[in-house]
Design a protein around this ligand. Sequence first.
Ligand code: GUN
Ligand code: FE
Length: 430
Amino acid sequence: MGYGDWVHDFVLKGDICYSATRNSLHISEHSFLVCEEGKSAGVFPQVPAAYGHLPQIDYTGKLIIPGLVDLHLHAPQFAFRSLGMDLELLDWLEIHAFPEEAKYRDTVYGLRAYTALVEDLKRGPNTRICLFATVHVPTTLLLMDLLEKSGLVCLVGKVNMDRNSPNALREADAETSAALTREWLDRCGAYKNCRPILTPRFIPSCTDTLMHYLSDLQKQYGLPLQSHLSENQREIAWVRELCPESSCYGDAYTRFGLFGGDVPTIMAHCVWPDATEIALLRSRGVYVAHCPQSNTNLSSGMAPIRRFLDAGISVGLGSDVAGGVHTSIFRAMADAIQVSKLRRFAGGHHEAPLTLEEAFYLGTGGGGAFFGKVGSFAPGYEFDALVIDDANTAPPFALTLRDRLERTVYLSDDRNIIAKYVRGVAISNF
Ligand code: GUN
Ligand code: FE
């Protein structure tokens, strides 16, 4: 079934804004955005004759922008977001994240917790999300069922971990972890919006034997991959001990063929890459999921995003719930700008801070590129759109459309979202 069988073509009228380039906006007030077979046909000052017959939805005075993209979220951590924020990564994993994730062995618990998450995601501004679930196959499938019904487009990973974690969570051995992953993959066939992504948690959680099995599964199923990289200094020192033969943390994945190249790969955090790792991220075409709020909450550090952009590395934004507290990628945009301003003077980096235009790009087209032609209204892009009623935030003086976008980003208020479309289909609970 093609999109044309079930997506109605239509036109949205309103104040339309999307990234023209990585650091500039395409801004069109009182304009028309055409959706044709689930894709943008472009933004026009008047409806072109060829689309004159299509139904028009009148959002005059409302802001219309592309849906936002979250490249990194831990679904089972949503339940304990904002708790335990005085710890650093490895202690926080041990004390909060691992014990909570162990509870997802229980599908009743999983259903309650994941239902709350998916309700939040439906209300929020993100239309594409990459999620870690847990090691458990039944609750991972349950999460995928809920996300599939939500209409959001997601990549979901059953997590692999067979070492350095509590008995209640760790998989018995590499063979068991690989067999469970295969079982999960074989049960993902029916999903359309929700696809699997291979998810070794991070190097300290996965034995070499497991990584070899995952490489085989990656090839057999042609899967993308997500994991963590160079987030915290203690973590990096630990990886150096575990993998003395690797030239850098990223190289520890590369040795198993699980770091970009032919494998579409997202690495979350990348706060402390050295020059070798930056060159590897670039040459392997790996996407960096920048998670500024998590990197602040867990005292991980300030990622060198300006250096990544200058090096031509693909960067998107991640909430990293529950290292991050907020699911909204508007909030991640504001956090990314703010952290870049602090970084400018810390450690004598003197890098130019991120602009609104750049942060907006990272949270739309930057991360969207991992999903294909996503995160823009240029013709041919998949039609993911948000409609925002910002009248309640209007001051007693006139704002430009760029001003309104800036305020929307910084306020990051889900209540102002009045409609949301994913691949041309309206999400239901607005
Ligand atoms: N590294 C390995 N696991 C995790 C996790 O759950 N959260 C974060 N922030 N980093 C990790
Ligand atoms: Fe994470």
